[in-house]
Design a protein around this ligand. Structure first.
Ligand SMILES: [Zn+2]
Length: 300
């Protein structure tokens, strides 16, 4: 924490950081000189000027910070907090700590969570420990007005699918649980020839037959109350689901289906970097310095 305040005492320090990530030492192509030039900070503006012709560049252009009226330092602080606690941090906490409105804090978190998507991952392949695929159900009104549990009320639940490489990383998505949807998810994120472990759910029926993928498929029979048979289980990914559920229950209380994906992003991002300690913040800073045009999914 002290380290954060020392490194980023003000907005200028944050701007300098983004500039360094996008244009190390301020050196980049100048559109007027048509040459690579060094650029220096323009006082009072979020611009840097070419040392030769004075043409301005704007490191925030195209990033999530471009149109923000919130201070850069608050953005950085939120990213720092999100990267440094295992179970996430709520908009309420940052509202209390920094005095911004709840709405503003919430918007910042939402934007950062969108940055944390893991769409470019590819999992598995030959020789690893295999990939677990599993579904989970989130939210829903499980109680009626008198507080009694409603049975079989899956219509209100949001379904989530995930693929997790053992000792590796996870991709989790809000999506239907069907043969078509499950096959599409696995094909997109799991490399050919991978050993895939699932339960007996029918949504996984097509996995061994997916053309060109050559997956091996082993299933555990949960309905027969078998949970582990040698290497065949889905315990790792189930552990991830409970981590998210505990986090959402404790910190966020309830999450609408619409925003569940961004929470999954946040938990996956941290999980996938669980061995890198405080490098999670650095990884987030790197993401935040990328321009959104390279990430079409963030533009919505
Ligand atoms: Zn120039």
């Amino acid at each position: 924490m002290e380290d954060f305040h020392k490194r980023f005492p003000d907005d200028d320090a944050c701007l300098e950081q983004i500039k360094e990530q996008r244009f190390p030492q301020g050196i980049t192509h100048c559109r007027k000189c048509l040459k690579s030039r060094k650029h220096y900070r323009v006082k009072g503006r979020t611009a840097y000027a070419c040392e030769t012709c004075g043409n301005h560049i704007f490191p925030l252009a195209g990033t999530i910070f471009e149109k923000t009226s919130t201070s850069l330092r608050l953005w950085f602080y939120a990213m720092y907090l999100m990267g440094s606690t295992r179970c996430g941090i709520s908009a309420k906490q940052i509202q209390r700590e920094t005095g911004v409105t709840y709405k503003c804090a919430w918007r910042i978190f939402h934007q950062i969570r969108k940055l944390m998507s893991e769409e470019e991952l590819r999992l598995g392949g030959t020789g690893g420990g295999g990939v677990e695929a599993d579904e989970a159900y989130f939210g829903g009104r499980r109680k009626n007005d008198s507080g009694r549990m409603l049975a079989g009320n899956k219509g209100h639940l949001t379904t989530v699918m995930g693929v997790l490489e053992r000792k590796g990383r996870i991709v989790a998505r809000v999506q239907p649980v069907s043969i078509a949807a499950t096959s599409a998810l696995v094909k997109e994120y799991v490399m050919p020839e991978t050993m895939i472990f699932t339960d007996e759910g029918s949504a996984y029926n097509a996995l061994p037959r997916l053309e060109g993928m050559g997956y091996e498929h082993k299933r555990i029979n949960h309905s027969a109350k078998v949970y582990v048979a040698g290497e065949v289980h889905t315990n790792t990914i189930e552990g991830f689901w409970s981590l998210v559920k505990r986090g959402i229950g404790g910190v966020y209380h309830s999450v609408s289906a619409k925003y569940l994906q961004t929470y999954l992003n946040e938990y996956s991002f941290r999980y996938n970097r669980r061995d890198s300690g405080n490098l999670i913040f650095a990884a987030l800073l790197e993401r935040a310095s990328e321009t959104l045009s390279r990430k079409p999914s963030l533009q919505a």
